[in-house]
Design a protein around this ligand. Sequence first.
Ligand SMILES: C[S@@+](CC[C@H](N)C(=O)[O-])C[C@H]1O[C@@H](n2cnc3c(N)ncnc32)[C@H](O)[C@@H]1O
Length: 249
Amino acid sequence: MISSKAYGSKQKREARRWFKEWSNDYDRTLGKMARHHALLDLAVKLARPKDGEQILDVGCGTGLLTLKFLKAADCSVTAVDSSCEMLAIFQKKIETLRLKRRATCKEQDAASLSFQDNCFDIVASTVALHHVKDKLPMVKKIFRILRSGGRFALGDIDLDTTGRITDPKRLRRVMDYLKDELTMALEDGGPEALSRMFDNGKKHLFNDGEYAVDFSRWANLCKQAGFGPIALRPLREFKRFKVLVAYKA
Ligand SMILES: C[S@@+](CC[C@H](N)C(=O)[O-])C[C@H]1O[C@@H](n2cnc3c(N)ncnc32)[C@H](O)[C@@H]1O
């Protein structure tokens, strides 16, 4: 089920190396942050999963979002990620928690999702899709694989980190965000979480595999892809993070 494919560019290989290295301490670092769990909870709440629905979790990592969906409704989830190490950790959880009939893991790149049209009720993703540089084709594909009445729920950082790294305004914007993010990491996960989120922050500062855009841009991409009403909700705990829900009529 989980294979090791040699696909992608040098940047993608570097991103996979990064997540391979992070996988073993993911649940002790970002996974310890209350802010992160609040984002996942908000994404699940706004996606409104119902019993019997089929959900796709894109960039599932160690499965934190999928597990929340499975708890919220009697739904089933297909979870994809480009890191086989993250997926291996999630697969162990699926087995330990006896969720095999409701959750399936697959190694797939978010930029080249290979599902048929109209096969999911919800496509959800948290803090993963900002890693995809060319976003419009991916959002169009998400639109196609959703059934009519389906929802795209996206939880991510609401911050434009793209642009020139020589731009002082950009530097200030990212530093501003990091001030709160790193403080929360230390409070919730201790020095290990601080260190990991600091390294993560550096990748944002230097545009190193991170292509975060603000949520007005995400909303625009959804409109261009054909989505109907689009709702945005900031996280109470940290307004730099938002959840967007886009509906397919
Ligand atoms: C910060 S983790 C988020 C994991 C999970 N969604 C959560 O909220 O806890 C980002 C995940 O996105 C995955 N990822 C990054 N780029 C990806 C891509 N192009 N395609 C699929 N997964 C990707 C990484 O491997 C990693 O597991």
